[in-house]
Write a protein of this length. Structure first.
Length: 347
């Protein structure tokens, strides 16, 4: 052919060869997440999953999707991208388990201005790690190189999780006045409120590589501590019996998330003296001049998941959750009324 200008897709900013190289790089990471039910690997137009092979007889599917939010900005600015994929998985599968579902499969969407194969492989390896820790398979995803939509060094992540439960096992169910609230400790800020976190850091005049005022680590690294995965412990508690509801404490904090699992006519009383506010939240509150109410409706404040349990099962479930690796606090109880009432103080 003659008279052509010779332009290529690569010259327009999209490198198909780099995308293919990335798929090959991440295949081993995805393979280690395989579980019963997986029928196909990466590379096809779709992924297959056999619910019967996963052990389900009359299953209900549950789906969840989420992202990581502006915590990504810290990962991009510091170059510490190895654990941000764990956050992505956790934000999805911690929600699934609140419905009573076991996470089975996960897909990711990774969009960037310029595909850096090494960086992308580190990110997706983190996603695979999150999947492995929560018992779900990374069975596919999409990598989109989008020059003109993102700056060359920027990227965004979204995740999609599908789980299942046997018909009739959905949560919440049976919540009643007198139920006990068991708070499972968080591993830090998790993945919500980072626009406010970044504003506080700006007010403090600190760089990401400055020593963290609340931890023995650089500030950026400390704030990138990944979201805790509660799946295995929560499922063990549900299967043991006595769990009436689970609330993942994300955007909206304790104030907004616990009422989502309480039926009409019921509220909750939380004792703020039942646990110690982690240093990162104390620093954020003091540096930003935050009121306690703002802290409680923006951040998890040290409690990343709440189990609403029958009073006569509270002690046994506390032991079970502790044996599963969780730090458990008896933080309150369900009451007649509406909303969350706080007793005591955190700050």
């Amino acid at each position: 052919m003659t008279g052509k200008n010779g332009l290529t897709y690569a010259q327009a900013g999209v490198d198909i060869d780099a995308g293919n190289a990335l798929v090959e790089r991440i295949k081993p990471a995805a393979k280690r997440t395989a579980r019963p039910g997986v029928m196909s690997g990466l590379g096809g137009f779709g992924a297959l999953f056999d619910l019967r092979a996963a052990g389900y007889h009359d299953p209900i599917l549950v789906a969840a999707t989420d992202g990581v939010g502006t915590k990504l900005r810290i990962a991009i600015d510091t170059g510490h991208v190895d654990t941000i994929g764990i956050d992505l998985v956790a934000m999805c599968v911690n929600d699934l388990v609140c419905q009573g579902a076991e996470p089975l499969l996960f897909l990711d969407y990774f969009a960037t201005g310029r595909l850096d194969v090494d960086q992308a492989a580190r990110i997706i390896t983190g996603i695979a790690e999150g999947c492995a820790r929560s018992g779900c398979a990374l069975i596919g995803g999409e990598t989109a190189e989008m020059p003109g939509m993102y700056a060359a060094e920027d990227f965004d992540l979204a995740g999609f999780a599908v789980g299942a439960m046997e018909r009739g096992a959905e949560l919440p169910a049976g919540v009643e006045a007198g139920d006990v609230l068991l708070g499972l400790a968080s591993d830090g800020v998790h993945s919500n409120g980072y626009s406010l976190v970044r504003k506080v850091v700006e007010v403090a005049g600190l760089a990401w590589d400055a020593p963290a005022p609340f931890a023995d680590a650089p500030l950026g690294a400390a704030l990138l501590t990944p979201t805790r995965l509660y799946v295995r412990a929560a499922l063990a508690a549900v299967r043991a019996g006595g769990v009436h509801a689970l609330a993942h404490v994300t955007g909206g904090g304790l104030t907004e998330n616990l009422p989502r699992v309480l039926p009409d006519g019921l509220g909750a009383t939380i004792d703020l003296g039942a646990w110690t506010l982690p240093p990162v939240f104390r620093w954020l509150a003091q540096t930003g001049g935050m009121a306690e109410g703002e802290l409680l409706k923006t951040f998890n404040s040290g409690i990343g998941m709440i189990a609403v349990v029958a009073a006569d099962r509270a002690e046994a479930l506390t032991v079970l959750l502790a044996e599963a690796g969780e730090s458990v606090h008896r933080i309150g109880h369900v009451t007649p009324g509406a909303g969350v009432t706080y007793e005591g103080r955190l700050l």
